[in-house]
Design a protein. Structure first.
Length: 343
């Protein structure tokens, strides 16, 4: 059976800043690194990035300040023009679209939430949420009904007539999320949307965000510099450094098999047992292997600690949410993740 085409695909994408970026890139020795390019008077904000994002996937892009993550997301929505490469959105070549076609695509398909909430201070919550529908030319009653629907979705019903100054930071962020959801986007770009919030509110917003994603199943590109936040939210994580993607993989595989020394350094303080799930390291079970009570494929090794210590079976069966066996968990390997290897 053929695999569905990715919703977003980018191939060998570069974004260079400098006097003649296209000419420079055409003659660039690809072995030259970020510092070499900078010595030539150019900044490689995005450097030869290739990614595919599947429908309903949440890709978290992370890296230190200046790593290129925000620039990459702006390239994916063509808020910034790329220097070289190709980006397609649902099969459409983003670079070939006219300005009108690009605006129509953003209005119909894309929602965007950024760190600064960008709320209109002279408009109420209802008016802020309905604003993109107003820009679309939608009927007043239709946009009011839709705005009320998403205001309830993000838990702000009863505050429709408040102004932004009358809301907490977390509530303002919810307005920003509701506004981006009002157009019913298929693709959602979020650039550090929770970073300005207090830790408790941030945790609450992550919970709310996970609830919304479970209900709506959007295709999401989410930027953060917080690895704990990435681990909570991501289907896959792309770690960037100096404009390039060092590794793009599931949280389990990044923690178990960092692809570069930089990624290894990036995750060195992460407790692997709290990240790795049983389903990520289970293997096919051989015929005749004793089964018994299975563990959940979604359970982390940390959550299975007591079971691993007390269960003396060398292979513990692993089941998915429906109860179907998906493989066997090697107890010794799981204990090595939990307690550390003897080596």
């Amino acid at each position: 059976m053929a695999q569905p085409d990715p919703v977003i695909s980018c191939r060998n994408v570069w974004k260079l800043y400098g006097p003649r970026p296209e000419q420079y890139l055409a003659n660039l020795d690809q072995s030259r690194g970020f510092d070499d390019i900078r010595a030539d008077g150019y900044v490689s904000a995005v450097r030869d990035v290739s990614l595919e994002i599947e429908r309903g996937e949440m890709l978290v892009v992370m890296g230190l300040s200046g790593s290129g993550k925000s620039t990459l997301v702006r390239c994916l929505s063509r808020l910034i023009e790329i220097t070289s490469g190709d980006i397609t959105v649902e099969g459409q070549d983003l670079g070939s679209l006219s300005e009108k076609e690009l605006i129509d695509l953003r209005r119909s398909k894309m929602g965007m939430v950024f760190q600064n909430f960008g709320l209109l201070p002279h408009r109420t919550v209802l008016e802020n949420v309905a604003f993109p529908l107003e820009m679309r030319g939608q009927d007043r009653h239709e946009r009011r009904d839709r705005a009320l629907e998403v205001i309830e979705l993000v838990g702000l019903n009863g505050r429709e007539d408040y102004f932004p100054r009358e809301l907490s930071g977390g509530q303002q962020q919810r307005v920003g999320i509701a506004r981006s959801l009002a157009i019913e986007p298929d693709i959602w770009f979020l650039d550090e949307p929770f970073s300005a919030l207090d830790p408790l509110i941030r945790r609450e917003m992550q919970d709310e965000f996970l609830r919304l994603q479970a209900m709506l199943g959007k295709t999401i590109v989410f930027i953060t510099h917080d690895f704990d936040e990435a681990l909570r939210l991501a289907d896959r994580i792309a770690i960037m450094k100096d404009g390039a993607v060092e590794q793009c993989d599931t949280p389990d595989r990044i923690v178990l098999n960092p692809a570069t020394p930089y990624v290894a350094k990036f995750i060195e303080d992460i407790e692997a047992a709290r990240v790795v799930h049983a389903g990520a390291i289970c293997e096919p079970m051989e015929a005749g292997t004793p089964t018994g009570d299975p563990v959940s494929s979604k359970a982390t090794i940390h959550s299975l600690a007591r079971r691993l210590v007390s269960d003396d079976r060398p292979i513990i069966p692993v089941a998915d949410a429906s109860g179907a066996l998906v493989g066997g968990l090697n107890r010794a390997a799981a204990l090595n993740i939990l307690l550390g290897s003897d080596e």
